[in-house]
Design a protein around this ligand. Sequence first.
Ligand code: NAP
Ligand code: ZN
Length: 355
Amino acid sequence: MKTYAFAATSADEPLAPFSFDRRDPRANDVVIEILYCGVCHSDLHTARNDWGWTNYPIIVGHEIVGRVINVGSDVTRHAIGDHVAVGTMVDSCQRCDQCRKGEEQLCREGNTQTFAGADRITGAPTWGGYAKNIVVREEFVLRVPTGLDLAKAGPLLCAGATTYSPLRTWNIGPGSRVGVIGMGGLGHMAIKLASAMGAVVTVMSRTSEKEADATELGADAFLLSSDPEAMKAAASSFDLIIDTVPAKHDLDPYTTLLDVDGTLCIVGQIGPLGDMNSIPLLLGRRRVAGSAIAGITQTQEMLDFCARKNILPEVEMIRMDQINEAFERLEKSDVRYRFVIDMASLNQPEQTPAG
Ligand code: NAP
Ligand code: ZN
């Protein structure tokens, strides 16, 4: 089916209007009109080819909220008119041990990403959410619980799921001491989620600019990561630290902040890290771990948790044609705290004013 979007055509060109063919729905597919799409730092990394695996043209976006406009004949979980969401995955093998456990993100064959993936049947590239619609097999379509503001819910699908998952993996609950490195899209969700679970939350940020916001979002303490004395004073005081930094950086300043058996969970940097001395790990039985997004069951659990606890991201709404400016601001950490594109602003390319 013919549709339209904003696409990147090379690493250094701005995103621009783009027409393309979305695959036709199969019997087990849901067709979704996209109403809102969050802007994740992974969208920016991919559009700019920071990871070296981008094929152009590419349509990014994996924090998708929309309305069902059609369903295949075998679909039982969703109906026309439902408000639904799609995150970072649109398929997986559905047969391996991990998929059977509901951990599709760990699929032994590799999950199919919402963008920059390959359709498991045709091999054609998957196109993401900076578009008018999307076609997704029903198992990968989430329910948006009533009560969640549709315009703000998008960032839960990646930023929310990615930070909720390690909080659950490491059994965070009342009294747990949680640190969050980097207060951006993922970081600000980690604060809200950990705080709603009853944890004592400390934000670690490079400047004190976000301190007042951190407190407002539910953080109990603020640690200036550029202040060596403050970092020293915080030694051995965390059970879990979630590291959302989107670039290569040294881990040594953070491993020593963990208490015995504490875990530093990397979710931000996807690629090489900087220095790490093993001594703090050995002497404190501390761990460094990683975590990627969340399975579908856990993503739904997170959405339901957010609806129950009234948790929503802090968002700046933008029009589709403001995406290039938004990318520039995201690169400078100048966003409070997630951009969301209002897809009503995406016009057919013929109708888009030149430039
Ligand atoms: P973001 O909104 O840009 O937030 C990142 C935050 O990290 C910034 O606000 C900033 O916080 C801090 N920061 C930025 N550059 C830094 C640097 N060079 N050194 C130290 N700190 C820096 O990005 P995001 O959308 O939260 O995404 C963060 C990373 O997670 C990205 O790399 C993204 O690709 C990755 N990601 C991973 C998964 C996964 O499954 N594991 C899922 C989604 C995204 P302060 O100003 O407070 O220091
Ligand atoms: Zn993302």
